[in-house]
Design a protein around this ligand. Structure first.
Ligand code: PMP
Length: 396
């Protein structure tokens, strides 16, 4: 099977499985228990993983809160910061995001502004129906430009005195465009507004360092870089007093600085830590390899005007190609099914499969939804495999 869907998820590294196994078998202690060896071993393993995840993004270990993945991290940060700043600090009720975010951000914001209460309630068009109930928040959805970028000037103009959080993704999971996070974060900070970024598609793949891009909050997920599914982290910048307060997302026990209750999934956290350690150790080599394969793959698609690549030609996730296929009769889902015995490939984001893409709509390409293929490569992908796919498309 040729795997072209690394943006949906990646294969788990053998070293990660090996590191996890003891915590699925003999080392079954609860890290919140006290005094006996099994519990202490579990606590030590969690501490070590926290250090490894922190090191991956240049953070301090105490700034890492383990979650069940980036969906939870996004929800925790957006709802937790908005609630605390509105109700406990009385700073305001306005949030800013964009129309090109992942649904974990979009729908968290649309919950806050009263548009939706469940995810099935969500239509792909933003702001179509307006608020249904008044939860007391307002959200501005900035419009991405045709390359999928959110521009710092647009953010600057949208910030109001009552703005309490800006949340903008580091890179887009459907078309790969990378936002200028230091500039966007700088714009928010000039107005004294904290900045969150969903870095799910870049962390572990490209260098991400919170000392260089001084974001206040960040979301990441282990399964996007050869770790296990069901574990991720929220990064929260600390100051001299510790973590800034926010409303807890899950109420319960005191785990994870009182912000995220629940018994820690030690095996998953250990796997996440190992994946982070491997990603950091291999980063330079892996980024180089991803850029090489990206250049080679783009050249294959640029060879004929049958294809058009979406997203920013310069600032994009290396190895993520969003391709429009210009054939008289082309239906991406039919094609994906046709080649599914040999290739795993996506028409867009795995999380929105079956729905018209809000990202294509945001960049003005919604009428081409059925012509798009997302090819997401890894550092171990081979260009021969991409050649095979291009041939399949040409010979249709
Ligand atoms: N944000 C982005 C940009 C993503 O690509 C994804 C995964 N598709 C998520 C959030 C959700 O991540 P998780 O699967 O860890 O909940």
């Amino acid at each position: 099977m040729i795997y072209f869907d690394n943006s949906a998820t990646t294969s788990i590294a053998p070293e990660v499985v090996e590191a996890m196994l003891p915590y699925l078998t003999v080392e079954y202690g609860n890290p919140s228990s006290k005094y006996y060896t099994l519990a202490r071993n579990a606590q030590r393993a969690v501490d070590e993983s926290r250090e490894r995840v922190a090191a991956l993004i240049g953070a301090k270990p105490e700034e890492i809160i383990f979650t069940c993945g980036a969906t939870e991290s996004n929800n925790m940060i957006i709802k937790g910061v908005a609630d605390y700043r509105k109700y406990y600090e009385r700073r305001g009720n306005h949030l800013i995001t964009s129309n090109i975010e992942h649904h974990a951000v979009l729908n968290a914001c649309r919950y806050l502004n009263g548009e939706i209460y469940s995810n099935h309630d969500a239509t792909f068009s933003l702001g179509g129906r307006g608020a249904v109930v008044d939860r007391g928040y307002e959200v501005t959805f900035l419009e991405a430009d045709p390359l999928g970028r959110v521009l710092p000037e647009a953010l600057d103009g949208a910030i109001r005195p009552e703005t309490t959080l800006v949340t903008l993704m580091w890179a887009n999971n459907e078309i790969g465009t990378i936002n200028d996070i230091p500039a966007l974060c700088g714009a928010a900070h000039r107005h004294g507004v904290p900045f969150h970024t969903d870095a799910t598609q870049v962390s572990g793949k490209l260098p991400v360092d919170v000392r260089q891009a001084p974001v206040d909050y960040m979301s990441l997920s282990a399964h996007k870089f050869h770790g296990p599914k069901g574990v991720g982290a929220a990064y929260i910048r600390s100051d001299e007093y510790g973590l800034p307060p926010m409303t807890a997302f899950l109420h319960g026990g005191g785990q994870e600085s009182g912000i995220r209750a629940g018994t820690l999934p030690v095996h998953n956290i250990v796997g996440f830590g190992k994946a982070a350690e491997l990603a950091l150790a291999r980063q330079a080599e892996q980024t180089k390899r991803l850029k090489q394969i990206d250049t080679a793959a783009r050249a294959l698609f640029a060879d004929t005007d049958m294809f058009e690549l979406l997203g920013d030609p310069d600032a994009h996730i290396p190895g993520l190609l969003s391709v429009i296929v210009r054939k008289d009769v082309f239906d991406n889902e039919r094609f994906i099914k046709k080649v599914s015995g040999r290739c795993a490939i996506s028409s867009g984001s795995a999380c929105t499969a079956g729905e018209p893409s809000h990202v294509l709509q945001a960049i003005g390409r919604s009428d081409e939804t059925s012509r798009v293929l997302r090819i997401s490569l890894s550092d171990t992908s081979s260009i021969e495999d991409v050649k095979y796919l291009v041939e399949q498309l040409k010979n249709l």
